[in-house]
Design a protein around this ligand. Structure first.
Ligand SMILES: [Zn+2]
Length: 314
């Protein structure tokens, strides 16, 4: 190993250190937290509380079925650079996310690491099965309904949890995240008043939906979902089950069928034809349509379409 000649090299080394300290950005304080979320809804909520102190990107698109997302190589790159990964949990992403977490080689976001946040811990969860249910039976909701963000009260709980987490990871900005949450909470409460008022005339309305995405939404707004076009969550429609749904809709005078944007409309439309019901595509996620760019616009869109449909079918 070569030895420095102290007399001549030290001033250079000191100058280099000085310039590094003065001219280079300081990584600990100036860098934004890099947040990656499995879905657009978690990204929208993270954005509400994270503001300009974080960057946030969702892996799945808002018009994709979050149960079945095709993993792309770009996902690995995003996960490799993430400080925090927020998932919906309850096995919503079990078909695609776990192998990506393992393969990305980022120790910060492994499931047991501090940079992994399962948002379901904050939410009120419905449809928790009482008997033994396994995915082998085709059920994609074995731990309860993972579409819980479709109740604004859960959106508030998730946002509070994310703000708390961001504050733990970036303690210098924890006040900022808390203030952003307070502001989101105020705006959400105001919006909820309007949504509740718009939906109030339609409390008790009966629906059939394709997938069981709407349990939390229906409970919040007082709607009754009496049947599903899927015989079980994740299982495609069968002729026998479709016939049962048609009979149920005729018997209970159900006039509205709700379909998520990623399902084939063939069976819903045939049910609509057989029963005279209206078939509408409601959005379960931010980004389901171009103009639905945040958590508020998601409810604006769905409530507007639903109320129009209820008025037209009465
Ligand atoms: Zn589902």
């Amino acid at each position: 190993m070569k030895h420095f000649r102290v007399g001549s090299r030290w001033p250079l080394a000191l100058a280099a250190l000085f310039f590094a300290a003065v001219l280079l950005p300081t990584p600990c304080t100036a860098r934004k937290l890099n947040v990656v979320t499995s879905t657009t809804d978690m990204a929208a909520l993270a954005e509400e509380v994270g503001g300009d102190k974080i960057t946030v990107e969702a892996l799945a698109k808002g018009y994709q079925d979050p149960h079945f997302v095709e993993a792309k190589p770009s996902f690995l790159l995003k996960l490799r650079n993430a400080d925090l990964l927020i998932s919906v949990g309850l096995q919503l992403e079990i078909g695609w996310l776990p192998p990506l977490i393992t393969q990305c080689g980022n120790p910060r976001i492994q499931v047991s690491a501090p940079g992994y946040l399962d948002a379901s811990q904050f939410a009120e969860i419905l449809d928790i099965p009482s008997g033994q249910i396994t995915r082998a039976m085709g059920d994609v909701h074995p731990l309860g309904n993972p579409h819980y963000w479709l109740d604004p009260d859960n959106g508030r709980r998730i946002a509070r949890g994310i703000a708390q987490k961001l504050g733990e990871m970036d303690t210098a900005d924890s006040q900022y995240f808390q203030q952003r949450f307070q502001d989101f909470d105020r705006r959400l409460t105001a919006a909820e008043k309007n949504w509740d008022a718009e939906m109030a005339p339609f409390r008790g309305q009966k629906l059939v939906t394709y997938h069981t995405s709407w349990s939390n939404f229906a409970r919040h707004f007082g709607l009754q979902i009496l049947g599903y076009i899927e015989p079980r969550p994740g299982i495609p429609p069968t002729p026998a089950h479709t016939l049962e749904i048609i009979q149920l809709m005729k018997r209970d005078s159900i006039k509205v069928v709700v379909v998520e944007p990623y399902f084939d409309l063939k069976t819903p439309n045939s049910i609509g034809t057989a029963t005279g019901a209206k078939v509408i595509v409601l959005l379960p996620s931010v980004g389901g349509e171009k103009q639905v760019t945040d958590y508020f616009k998601l409810f604006d869109y769905d409530i507007n379409l639903l109320t129009q449909t209820f008025k037209a079918t009465q």
